[in-house]
Design a protein around this ligand. Structure first.
Ligand code: ADP
Ligand code: MG
Length: 687
C-alpha cells in the first residue's frame, strides 16, 4: 500500500481514503475500474461543438474579466480558427485567473452549452499547453473516488499498480477458450486505457468483451469462495442419523393429510443428508403455505428417534409459538415433548427448561432468538432449523449451529446438520449466486384443496364497501385480518396507528369480536389474542406486520391491507399468503390512497396480477435490483461491483461451472483468483 506523503492523521491517511472506496491493497487498485471515460484524444473545432456534449477544445485566450452581476464569476473569452467560446468559473483562484491571461493557449475539457450560436462552458477543466503538445493516445478514465482523493492522484496510483502488480491470467487456457473470454491483462488494459476507436457506448453499458471478462471473474470469485466455504463445512463431522424410521413413519401415518410430491421429495433429500456423517447445509424454499413446517417436523423427529436434539428458531414470538403448538400436536401423541423457549418466559421456567436441555433429557426445542442466548446449551444437538431465515442476520443464523458444535466451555463437538427455511422465494440466478454455499430443496407445489386468493385493488374512498364485506364474511362464520398502515419510521407512531385503527373498526363493525396484535404487546397477551383467533373467538384480527410471516389460521378467508401502497412486494405477498389456506373462497383487498406514485402503482399491479411467489420475486428483483433484494449484511455475501444478476444470469451459470472445475483441477489458480478478487474480504465470506 503506497504511503501518503503528508498524513494529517490516521483517520484520513491515503490508506483510509482508499479503504472508503473498498480498496485495501495495491493489488485491489487494478480492479478499481472506471465509471466512465473522457475522450481527450481529439480536439473539436469550436464551430462543431454540439449542445450538451462533452468536448475538448484547443483555443487561445482573447481576454478575461471578472463579472459581478448577476453573480461574481470569472469570464474567459477564447478563440480558435473556427470560432469563439466563453469559459465561466463561479469559484476560482487568483492563480487560475493568472494562468488564463490573454494569449495563453489552453486545452479545455467540459460540457458545452450552445444557444443562439454562443458557446459556453461552465467550470471546464483547463490546461495551458504549447502549440504542438501531443494528445493522449487513449481515453482518459474517470474513476469512482472519494473526498480528499483527486482524480489525478488516483489515476497515478492505479497506473503504478498496473505496472507493478501481477496481471497473470488466473483462468486456465481451456476454460478461457470454453467460455470465449478475453485474456485478463488485455481486458484490464482495455478498460483502464481504451484506445481512441473504442465505442464508448459498449464500454459504458459494460457489454464490451473486457467487461464480460471482469464480470465473469468477479462472479467466479464469488462462486469459488462460497463453494470453498461449503466444502470446508462439509468436511466436518456430524452425527449420522440413519434412515431408520420408527417415529417418522408413525407421524406420516397419523397426519390428517398426505405429503405433496414436493414435500416428499424435499423430505427424502433431507433424510438422505441427515444420514451422512457430514453436516447438511440445506435451504428449504417454498412459497407461503407450501407446507415447510411438516418437513421440518419430520427432520426434527428424525433426530429425536436417534435420541439426539434438534432446535427450531423462528423470528417472531407469534410464529415460534404457533410452531410449538403445531409440533406438539404432531409429536406429543408419539411421546415426544417439544420445549418452548422465548425471551418472555418466566425466569424460573426458563431456567428449568435450559437445565433439561443441558442434561439432554429434553430433545426438541422451539423458540425465538432466546435459543441462541449464552445460557442455552445443547450438548447433543444434531439439527438446527432456522425458519424464515432471511429475517435473521448472518450471525444469528450461525449462532444456532454453533450452539451444537461448541460447548459452553468452548470444547468442540460434531457440527449439527443445518436446515434453513425461507418463504421469500428467490429467483434462480440470485439463489445460485447468493446460496452457492447451500444445497436447495424447493417446494414448488401447494397442498391440494387450496382455492386461489382473489386480489382486489380498492381506493380508500370505497372503504365502506370493504367494511360491509368484512361484516358479511364474519357473518358466515369466516374470519378476517385487517392489516394496519405501515409506518416504518417510527415505532411509536406505528403503535398509535394500530390502536386507532382498532378503535375505529370497533365502531364501524360493532357486534363483531375484534382483536388486536402488534409488536409492543406483551407476549402472553399476544399469545392469548392469537389463541382466541385460532379458536374462532375473534372474528376480525387487527394487526401490524407481526402477522406477516408464518401465521396459519385456515378459517380466515379475508385479508384487508390498509395503505397497501406503503408495503413492499414480498411483504404484500406474504401477507396475502395468510388467507387461502382453507377450502373457502378467499380474498385479499388492497386498500390504497389515491393518487398512487409510479413505484407504488407498479408494485400493486404486480401483486394484483401474480399469485406465484417466484414470479413476484423475479419482478421485485427487476424493480429493486439485487442489492436491496438480498442486502449484503443479510446474506453475508459482499455485493457485486460489476456483474448485474438481473442481466448476467448466463455468466452466473458459467462461473458456477468453472468454479467446480477449478476447485477440482486447478487449486492454485483458484487460490490466486480469490486473492486477487476478494483479498481481505475472504474472511468475511467464511461467516
Ligand atoms: P409454510 O410453507 O408457509 O410454512 P405451513 O407449513 O405453515 O406453510 O403449512 C400451511 C398449512 O398447510 C398448514 O396448515 C399445514 O398444516 C398445511 N399442510 C401442510 N402440508 C399439507 C399437505 N400435504 N396437505 C394438506 N395440508 C398441508
Ligand atoms: Mg412457515
Amino acid at each position: 500500500m503506497p504511503k501518503a506523503k503528508s498524513s494529517p492523521g490516521p483517520a484520513d491517511s491515503l490508506a483510509a481514503r482508499l479503504a472508503r472506496l473498498g480498496v485495501h491493497s495495491q493489488a485491489a487498485l487494478i480492479t478499481h475500474l472506471p465509471l466512465r471515460y473522457e475522450d481527450e484524444t481529439r480536439i473539436t473545432a469550436i464551430r462543431d461543438v454540439r449542445d450538451g456534449l462533452p468536448v475538448q477544445l484547443e483555443a487561445e485566450v482573447v481576454d478575461s474579466s471578472i463579472q459581478l452581476r448577476p453573480r461574481r464569476q470569472l469570464l474567459v473569452r477564447v478563440r480558435d480558427v473556427s470560432g469563439a467560446a466563453t469559459l465561466r468559473f463561479l469559484n476560482f483562484y487568483p492563480s487560475q485567473q493568472k494562468q488564463m491571461q490573454a494569449g495563453a493557449r489552453l486545452r479545455i475539457f467540459g460540457e458545452a452549452r450552445v444557444s443562439f450560436g454562443e458557446v459556453d462552458l461552465i467550470h471546464p477543466r483547463v490546461k495551458v499547453v504549447d502549440a504542438d503538445a501531443p494528445l493522449p493516445t487513449a481515453m482518459t478514465p474517470v474513476y469512482p473516488t472519494t473526498a480528499g482523493l483527486a482524480q489525478s492522484a488516483l489515476r497515478k496510483l492505479i497506473e503504478r499498480a498496473l505496472d507493478q502488480e501481477n496481471l497473470d491470467d488466473t483462468l486456465p487456457e481451456r476454460l478461457r477458450a470454453r467460455y470465449r473470454l478475453a485474456p485478463f491483462a488485455d481486458s484490464l488494459r482495455a478498460l483502464h486505457h481504451p484506445p481512441p476507436d473504442t465505442p464508448l457506448a459498449v464500454l459504458e453499458d459494460r457489454s464490451h468483451p473486457a467487461w464480460q471478462r471482469m464480470k465473469f471473474d468477479e462472479l467466479l470469485a464469488q462462486q469459488l469462495s462460497l463453494r470453498k466455504a461449503y466444502a470446508a463445512r462439509r468436511a466436518q463431522d456430524a452425527p449420522a442419523l440413519a434412515q431408520r424410521s420408527t417415529l417418522t413413519d408413525a407421524l406420516l401415518r397419523c397426519l390428517p393429510f398426505r405429503l405433496t410430491g414436493a414435500q416428499q421429495r424435499a423430505w427424502q433429500e433431507i433424510a438422505h443428508d441427515l444420514a451422512d456423517a457430514h453436516p447438511m447445509q440445506r435451504l428449504l424454499q417454498g412459497d407461503v403455505g407450501s407446507g415447510k413446517t411438516i418437513v421440518a417436523a419430520l427432520a426434527m423427529l428424525r433426530a429425536a428417534e436417534h435420541g439426539a436434539q434438534a432446535a427450531l428458531m423462528a423470528p417472531t414470538e407469534i410464529l415460534a409459538e404457533q410452531h410449538c403448538r403445531k409440533l406438539t400436536g404432531w409429536l406429543a401423541p408419539l411421546g415426544i415433548e417439544v420445549g418452548w423457549l422465548s425471551g418472555s418466559l418466566k425466569k424460573s421456567r426458563k431456567r428449568a427448561l435450559i437445565e433439561r436441555l443441558q442434561s439432554g433429557e429434553l430433545l426438541l426445542a422451539v423458540g425465538t432468538h432466546a435459543l441462541i442466548e449464552d445460557a442455552v446449551d445443547f450438548p447433543n444437538l444434531a439439527l438446527a432449523v432456522v425458519d424464515e431465515q432471511h429475517r435473521f442476520g448472518v450471525r444469528q443464523r450461525l449462532a444456532l449451529r454453533e450452539k451444537g458444535s461448541e460447548s459452553r466451555s468452548g470444547a468442540r463437538r460434531a457440527s449439527p446438520h443445518q436446515l434453513m427455511m425461507s418463504a421469500t422465494p428467490i429467483p434462480r440466478t440470485l439463489a445460485m449466486s447468493f446460496y452457492a454455499d447451500l444445497d436447495v430443496s424447493v417446494l414448488d407445489e401447494l397442498p391440494p384443496g387450496r382455492t386461489p386468493v382473489l386480489t382486489k385493488l380498492v381506493a380508500e374512498s370505497r372503504r365502506d364497501e370493504v367494511i360491509a364485506r368484512v361484516r358479511e364474511a364474519c357473518a358466515t362464520g369466516r374470519q378476517a385480518y385487517w392489516v394496519c398502515p405501515l409506518i416504518e419510521e417510527s415505532e411509536t407512531l406505528q403503535l398509535k396507528t394500530a390502536l386507532e385503527t382498532h378503535q375505529r373498526l370497533q365502531g364501524e363493525l360493532a357486534g363483531l369480536a375484534i382483536g388486536l396484535v402488534h409488536g409492543r404487546l406483551k407476549s402472553d397477551d399476544k399469545a392469548q389474542v392469537m389463541e382466541a383467533f385460532v379458536a374462532g373467538r375473534i372474528d376480525l384480527l387487527v394487526a401490524t406486520t407481526v402477522i406477516e410471516v408464518g401465521v396459519d389460521v385456515p378459517n380466515a378467508s379475508l385479508m384487508v391491507i390498509e395503505h397497501a401502497e406503503r408495503f413492499g412486494l414480498s411483504q404484500l405477498h406474504q401477507l396475502r399468503g395468510r388467507v387461502g389456506r382453507g377450502a373457502a373462497e378467499s380474498a385479499c383487498i388492497l386498500l390504497y390512497a389515491a393518487p398512487l406514485g409510479v413505484a407504488a402503482r407498479a408494485r400493486l399491479k404486480i401483486v394484483y396480477e401474480n399469485a406465484d411467489g417466484f414470479e413476484i420475486a423475479r419482478r421485485d428483483l427487476e424493480l429493486r435490483g439485487p442489492g436491496e433484494f438480498v442486502g449484503s449484511r443479510q446474506s453475508g455475501v459482499p455485493l457485486l461491483r460489476f456483474a448485474d444478476l438481473t442481466l448476467d444470469a448466463a455468466i452466473v451459470e458459467r462461473a458456477r461451472e468453472a468454479a467446480e472445475i477449478m476447485l477440482r483441477d486447478h487449486g492454485d489458480l483458484a487460490q490466486t483468483h480469490l486473492a486477487r478478487w476478494l483479498g481481505t474480504k475472504q474472511d468475511y465470506l467464511k461467516v
